[in-house]
Design a binder for this molecule. Structure first.
Ligand SMILES: Cc1cc2nc3c(=O)[nH]c(=O)nc-3n(C[C@H](O)[C@H](O)[C@H](O)COP(=O)(O)OP(=O)(O)OC[C@H]3O[C@@H](n4cnc5c(N)ncnc54)[C@H](O)[C@@H]3O)c2cc1C
Length: 671
C-alpha cells in the first residue's frame, strides 16, 4: 500500500481509533466511521489489564495479551505526549483474593509474568479491609489498569490532532463486495469508498458482516470514596471470585460485572446490581457506606473461543478487528500494531494466524467461559456430531462472511418498497434470542415477520423482541397469527401498525394477514381472509395475505388491492415441502403482484424449488428456528433461495423424453 491510498475504519471504539492512529502515524489517510461513540464497550469497561487475573491460559491468546501488556507503558507515553490528556494508566498491580484453598489444577500460568501467593495474614496485611472469608490470594504486581473512558477520549483527541477524519453518526449498513474486493460501504449518510477497509464494530459486527461475534452484556456500577477519607483506602485492583473492584486515582471505585447472553437488551436491572453489590460488600466491606455514583452497562464482543478475530477476511481489502470480548482494552495496543503492520507494511506477524476468522471453519475450538457474576443463560446444547464439512463451526456455530454474490438481480418490490433479499424469516420457535439474532443475520433477510399477539402477551421467546432486532435495518412484517375471524385479524393488524410505529417504522403499513380458525391443520379461512383483506386495504394497509394455494382466491385478493399473495407450500411448520406445485405454478403465472411461498418449506432444496418455479420470495421460519443449528440453516436457506432465483432467471433446459449427447455430433473422425 502506498501513501496515496486511503483507509476507512468502521467503528470508533478503542480498537478502531487505535488502528486509525497507528496507520495515520505511518502516513496513511484515514477516516473513522462511528455510529455512536458513547455506545462503545470501550466506555463501559473496567479497564483492567489483567491476563493472569483473568486466568488466560490459551497459549496464543496469552501471548497476545502479554505482548500487549508490555506495549502499554510506551504506547501510553506516546499518546499522552500527543495530547494534554491523561489516560489514567496505572500499573498498580492486581490482588486476586480467594475464599478456599486453590485447586492445584487451577494455579496461575507461570511464565514471564510474576505471580506471588499470599497466605491469610499476608493478604490481610497487604490490603486491610478484606472480608473475613478471604483466606489468601495471588498478587500480580505487573498487571494494572487504565481508565478506559479517559483512554477512549485520549485516543479520539489524538486521532483528531494528527489528522484522522472522524465521522460521527455514520452507521454502516452494508459492505458491498465484488469478486473478492470491497467496492463500497453503504451507510445511513450515503456511500463511502476507500482503498482498504477495517471492520472494528465490536459487539455489533454481525449486523455488518456475518462473523461469529455475539453481544455479552455486562452491568457495572461505581461508588465514590468520600473526600473525608484520606488516603484512598484501595491502591490496587481486587479481582475476586465473583466480582472485581477497580479503584481509580480520583477516588472513584468501579465494580463489575455481570455477564449476560441476552442480546442487546439495554439497562441495569435490580438483580444484576444486587449480585454485584452483595459480592463486592462481602469481599471488601469498607465499600458499603460509599455513595453510589453511577450504574451502566455495555456489550462485550464475544466469540465462540474467546479470542478476537484479527486480520484477513474473504475480501483482500477488508481487515477484521473485532471480537475482543473481555480483554479489548488490554489488547488495544497490540491489535493496532499488528494490523497496521499488516495493512500498511504487508508484514504479517505469525501470531496473527491464530486469530484468523478461518479457525471457525474447523470444529476444534472449545467454548470456555469463566465470567464473574454470571447471570447468563446456559450455553446452547452442543449439537450431535455431524460429518465434518467446510462450513462446520465450533459452538455456537455461526456462518462466516459470505462469498460475493455473482449475479445482479432486480429488487423485490412490495407496495412500492424495495428489498434486495428474497427470503423473509420469522421470530417464533427459536430456542433463544442469540440463535434468532444469528439466524436473521446469516439469512441475509430484510423482512422479519412478528406475531403481534405474542409480542403483546410476552409469550415465551417474544420478550425483549423489540430490543433484540435492529429495526433500522430489518423491516417488520406484523402478522395476525392467532386470529380466528376477520374482525379479530383487522383489530390485530391495527395494533401491529402501532407496534411498528413504536419501533420507529412510522411508514410501515404492512400486515401479513392470517385468519386461521382451525388449530389442527392451521389452514387459512379463505372467506375470512378475503373479508379482512378488503377492509384493511381500504384502511391503507399493504396486505400480504396467507392463503391456501388457490389460484382463484389469489386473483381475487390481487384484484381488491393486496400487495402480495402468500400461498402455503404445505401446512405451517410441517416441513413437508411443496405439496401443491401445480396450483402454485398457476398462481405465479397469473399474478401481477409478488408471490411469496410461505409455510411448509423444510430444506434449502425446497426453497430452491419454489424459486425455480418463479416465486418472487419465500417466508421460512420453523425450518430455520428448529434446525439443530439455526444460523447455519438460515444461511443454507439463503443459498437455496438465491440458487433457485438464479436458476429461474437463467432459464432451465426443457425436459426431453430421450438422451441428447453432450458432445457435438458433427466433425467426428470417421474411418
Ligand atoms: C462491562 C464490561 C467490562 C469490561 N472490562 C474490561 C476490562 O476490564 N479489561 C479489558 O481489557 N476489556 C474489558 N472489556 C472489554 C472491552 O471493553 C472490549 O473488548 C473493547 O472495548 C472492544 O472495543 P471495540 O473498539 O472493538 O468495540 P467497541 O468499544 O464496542 O466500539 C465499537 C464501535 O463501533 C461502532 N459501530 C458498531 N456498528 C457500527 C456500524 N455499523 N457503523 C459504524 N459504527 C459502528 C459502535 O457505535 C461503537 O462505537 C469490558 C467490556 C464490558 C462491556
Amino acid at each position: 500500500m502506498n501513501s496515496t491510498s486511503d483507509i476507512l475504519i468502521i467503528g470508533g471504539g478503542v480498537v478502531g481509533l487505535s488502528i486509525a492512529i497507528e496507520l495515520k502515524l505511518r502516513g496513511a489517510a484515514v477516516t473513522v466511521l462511528s455510529r455512536d461513540f458513547q455506545e462503545a464497550a470501550s466506555h463501559a469497561a473496567a479497564g483492567m489489564l489483567a491476563p493472569s487475573a483473568e486466568s488466560i491460559a490459551d497459549a496464543p491468546m496469552r501471548e497476545l495479551c502479554l505482548r500487549s501488556l508490555r506495549l502499554y507503558p510506551d504506547w501510553i507515553s506516546k499518546l499522552e505526549s500527543l495530547t494534554d490528556r491523561s489516560t489514567g494508566y496505572w500499573a498498580c498491580g492486581i490482588l486476586a483474593p480467594v475464599t478456599a484453598t486453590p485447586d492445584p489444577q487451577n494455579l496461575p500460568v507461570l511464565d514471564s509474568l510474576p505471580a506471588h501467593w499470599l497466605d491469610r495474614s499476608a493478604i490481610h496485611l497487604a490490603q486491610p479491609g478484606f472480608g473475613s472469608e478471604v483466606i489468601g490470594g495471588w498478587w500480580y504486581p505487573e498487571e494494572g489498569q487504565v481508565d478506559n473512558r479517559a483512554l477512549a477520549k485520549t485516543l479520539r483527541s489524538v486521532a483528531e490532532a494528527i489528522g484522522v477524519e472522524i465521522q460521527e453518526g455514520v452507521a454502516v449498513t452494508e459492505i458491498v463486495q465484488q469478486q473478492g474486493q470491497v467496492v463500497k460501504l453503504r451507510s445511513n449518510l450515503g456511500d463511502r469508498s476507500a482503498g482498504h477497509y477495517v471492520l472494528a464494530t465490536g459487539a455489533w459486527s454481525q449486523s455488518v458482516i456475518p462473523v461469529p461475534v455475539q453481544p455479552c452484556k455486562g452491568q457495572m456500577l461505581a461508588v465514590q470514596v468520600p473526600s473525608s477519607v484520606s488516603p484512598l483506602p484501595l491502591q490496587r485492583v481486587l479481582y475476586g471470585e465473583h466480582v472485581y473492584i477497580v479503584p481509580r486515582q480520583d477516588g472513584r471505585i468501579v465494580i463489575g460485572a455481570t455477564s449476560e447472553t441476552i442480546g442487546f437488551t439495554p439497562g441495569n436491572t435490580p438483580a444484576g446490581l444486587q449480585t454485584l453489590l452483595n459480592a463486592a460488600i462481602r469481599l471488601y466491606p469498607t465499600l458499603k457506606d460509599f455513595p453510589i455514583q453511577e450504574c451502566w452497562w455495555g456489550f462485550r464482543p464475544a466469540t465462540p473461543d474467546e479470542r478476537p478475530i484479527l486480520g484477513d477476511s474473504l475480501c483482500d481489502n477488508l481487515t477484521l478487528a473485532t471480537g475482543h470480548f473481555r480483554n479489548g482494552i488490554l489488547l488495544t495496543p497490540i491489535t493496532a500494531r499488528l494490523l497496521a503492520d499488516r495493512i500498511w507494511n504487508q508484514a504479517i506477524d505469525p501470531l496473527l494466524n491464530e486469530f484468523s476468522w478461518q479457525r471457525f471453519l474447523h470444529p476444534s475450538n472449545a467454548r470456555l467461559s469463566h465470567d464473574i457474576a454470571s447471570t447468563a443463560a446456559p450455553p446452547p446444547p452442543t449439537p450431535p456430531p455431524t460429518q465434518p464439512s467446510m462450513l462446520q463451526f465450533s459452538t455456537p456455530q455461526i456462518p462466516q462472511p459470505l462469498p460475493t454474490p455473482t449475479f445482479a438481480d432486480e429488487p423485490l418490490i412490495i407496495a412500492g418498497r424495495e428489498f434486495r433479499s428474497r427470503l423473509m424469516t420469522g421470530t417464533g420457535k427459536y430456542r433463544n434470542v442469540a440463535e434468532m439474532q444469528g439466524s436473521i443475520a446469516s439469512s441475509g433477510c430484510e423482512i422479519v415477520t412478528v406475531a403481534v399477539r405474542r409480542v403483546q402477551t410476552n409469550a415465551p421467546g417474544h420478550e425483549g423482541l423489540a430490543e433484540a432486532i435492529d429495526w433500522q435495518k430489518i423491516w417488520m412484517l406484523p402478522n395476525t397469527a392467532g386470529c380466528q375471524t376477520a374482525e379479530d385479524a383487522i383489530r390485530v393488524a391495527r395494533l401491529g401498525r402501532e407496534m411498528a410505529k413504536l419501533l420507529g417504522q412510522e411508514d410501515n403499513h404492512f400486515v401479513k394477514l392470517e385468519v386461521i380458525p382451525d388449530s389442527q391443520y392451521l389452514l387459512p379461512d379463505p372467506i375470512g381472509t378475503l373479508e379482512a383483506a378488503e377492509q384493511l386495504v381500504k384502511e391503507g394497509f399493504a396486505v400480504l395475505p396467507y392463503i391456501n394455494a388457490d389460484p382463484l382466491l389469489a386473483k381475487r385478493l390481487e384484484d381488491i388491492g393486496c400487495a402480495t399473495v402468500m400461498p402455503l407450500g404445505s401446512p405451517i411448520g410441517s416441513g413437508q415441502g411443496i405439496r401443491n406445485t401445480a396450483n402454485i405454478q398457476i398462481i405465479i403465472e397469473n399474478a401481477n403482484i409478488p408471490v411469496v411461498v410461505d409455510a411448509g418449506i423444510g430444506t434449502p432444496s425446497e426453497a430452491a424449488q419454489a424459486m425455480e418455479m418463479g416465486a418472487d420470495a419465500l417466508l421460512i421460519n420453523t425450518a430455520i428456528a428448529q434446525a439443530e443449528n439455526p444460523p447455519l440453516m438460515a444461511q443454507a436457506m439463503r443459498f437455496g433461495a438465491e440458487a433457485g432465483r438464479m436458476a429461474y432467471l437463467a432459464g432451465r433446459i426443457p425436459v426431453k423424453a430421450f438422451a441428447s449427447a453432450s458432445s457435438p455430433l458433427s466433425g467426428r473422425i470417421t474411418e
